[in-house]
Design a protein around this ligand. Structure first.
Ligand SMILES: NC(=O)C1=CN([C@@H]2O[C@H](COP(=O)(O)OP(=O)(O)OC[C@H]3O[C@@H](n4cnc5c(N)ncnc54)[C@H](OP(=O)(O)O)[C@@H]3O)[C@@H](O)[C@H]2O)C=CC1
Ligand SMILES: N[C@@H](CCC(=O)OP(=O)(O)O)C(=O)O
Length: 426
């Protein structure tokens, strides 16, 4: 496709989405739930076929030398597909919030004023090469009565095309417009440029990705944006803290999975806890092959850990999102320095304190300026499903409209509803 064809193609996706969105906005809950249940069934019926399409993506990715954590996120294993199917069923079982009226109150003039929850309309989403996101985004879009245009990562194109076909089949089975969920079928980035510049069709753009994507969106978007960007997340081990718990949580926060945006990339340790904590977490990371990029003081302690991969940290490391078996390690004086470091270097995604001091915990929750702030829990929990939202569009690193994991509510807005009996303003 040349640039002109990409523009025409993206324009047609926009027009179709806009038309479908009007039908989705008034679709009854039972019909939307029928589509979600049909999608769950189709995912289960097509596990083998989906593996074949996914294998094409995996083969290309391996041939291109994609890093193992990135290959891992590309996989559509039967387990991943079952989780997607269960997610659709869970969304179907959740109450429909579209059309609900909140806070209706009579005013001195006699009119009653409340707010009605309505779909946003059409959202365009650009996301990484993780094909299960196609199902999470599609299912949330259906449940929230929106239409969407999905542009997944180019490495996942075959998997995404196969999944999008099933989504459209499910929509058709339920009698909903197939164009309510459309996948951009080309990997040409020109389509991204078009998608973010069609305010006549697209109400909001959700970019889910790293720094290259941020730059493009900031430069070219003509549509409102809810950013879902990089995660330079921290775990701060306080003094005092339960050291055994801190080792378990800091291990999970880094090594449970390396590619997600909610994995911890920085480990801060209070000076008073370092002598006891660092050798223990150092041994765990060493056993898992995690490289530790430390400040001089932390390296002096970690040097005693057999087989530890130690590298002196540079200034750049404090800002780095590795998405790999690497973590930066810094000893800080205490909670004040930890909060200051996080507010300076973190990407305001998710940060955690591990402590037994209530005042320190409260200060961390109030003073750390991130979308999720946690006490005694792994940053890996920053996820819509884990937060009880059923599924997630992603983790918003913006402050407006939606912040943190975004579920159904994040895809809606509230409009004012005014009910009168002929009142006029004096
Ligand atoms: N906050 C959140 O919810 C989430 C954030 N992330 C973040 O995403 C990043 C990891 O994913 P990664 O795949 O490396 O992210 P990228 O930003 O490289 O890619 C994400 C998507 O953006 C597209 N893209 C990237 N740059 C451009 C550009 N200049 N113009 C047009 N499209 C572009 C990619 O397309 P193409 O395939 O063509 O490269 C892909 O579809 C990490 O920073 C991670 O934290 C990941 C998941 C969730
Ligand atoms: N909320 C998700 C994070 C998804 C995420 O960041 O994905 P990716 O960057 O593709 O590895 C989870 O924890 O499963």
């Amino acid at each position: 496709m040349n640039a002109l064809h990409v523009a025409e193609y993206t324009h047609s996706l926009g027009l179709q989405a806009k038309t479908a969105s009007a039908l989705m906005a008034k679709a009854p809950a039972a019909i939307k739930n029928k589509a979600l249940k049909a999608l769950a069934r189709l995912l289960r019926e097509n596990v083998d076929a989906l593996q074949i399409d996914n294998a094409k993506d995996l083969e290309r990715a391996r041939a291109a030398g994609l890093a193992e954590p990135m290959v891992d996120r590309l996989k559509l294993s039967p387990k991943v597909l079952e989780t997607c199917a269960e997610g659709c069923e869970q969304l179907a079982a959740m109450p429909d919030i579209i059309g609900e009226i909140l806070g209706m109150k009579q005013q001195p003039s006699g009119i009653r004023v409340g707010q009605m929850r309505v779909p946003i309309g059409v959202f365009g989403m650009i996301y990484e090469s993780r094909p299960n996101v196609t199902i999470e985004a599609a299912s949330l879009s259906i449940k929230s009565g929106n239409a969407c245009i999905l542009r997944g990562g180019s490495e996942a194109i075959d998997s995404n095309k196969a999944l999008a076909k099933l989504v459209q089949q499910a929509l058709a089975e339920a009698g909903l417009p197939q164009d309510a969920v459309q996948l951009v079928q080309t990997t040409d980035r020109e389509a991204v440029g078009q998608l973010i510049a069609m305010p006549q069709f697209v109400d909001v753009i959700i970019p889910r990705g790293g720094k290259g994507l941020i730059e493009r969106i900031s430069r070219d978007a003509k549509v409102p944006v809810i950013k879902h960007l990089d995660g330079n997340c921290h775990t701060y081990v306080d003094d005092p803290c339960d050291i055994a718990m801190a080792v378990k949580v800091a291990d999970n926060a880094k090594t449970n999975k390396y590619s997600p945006c909610n994995a911890s990339e920085g480990l801060l340790v209070a000076r008073g806890a370092a002598a006891e904590f660092l050798p223990r977490i150092g041994a765990v990371y060493a056993a898992k092959g995690v490289e530790m990029r430390g400040c001089p003081e932390s390296l002096a302690i970690l040097a005693a850990v057999p087989a530890a991969k130690l590298v002196p940290a540079t200034e750049q490391d404090w800002s780095e999102e590795y998405l790999a078996p690497i973590i930066s390690v810094k000893i800080v004086a205490g909670v004040d320095e930890a909060i200051a470091h996080i507010n300076h270097y973190s990407s305001h995604h998710t940060d955690a304190i591990l402590t037994t001091n209530h005042v320190h915990a409260q200060r961390f929750l109030r003073e750390v300026d991130s979308a999720s702030v946690m006490v005694n829990a792994s940053t890996r929990f920053a996820d819509g499903f884990e937060y009880g939202l059923g599924a997630e569009i992603g983790i918003s690193t913006d402050k407006f409209h939606a912040r943190g994991p975004v579920g159904i509510e994040g895809l809606t807005s509230l409009k004012y509803v005014v009910l009168g009996e002929g009142e006029v303003r004096g």
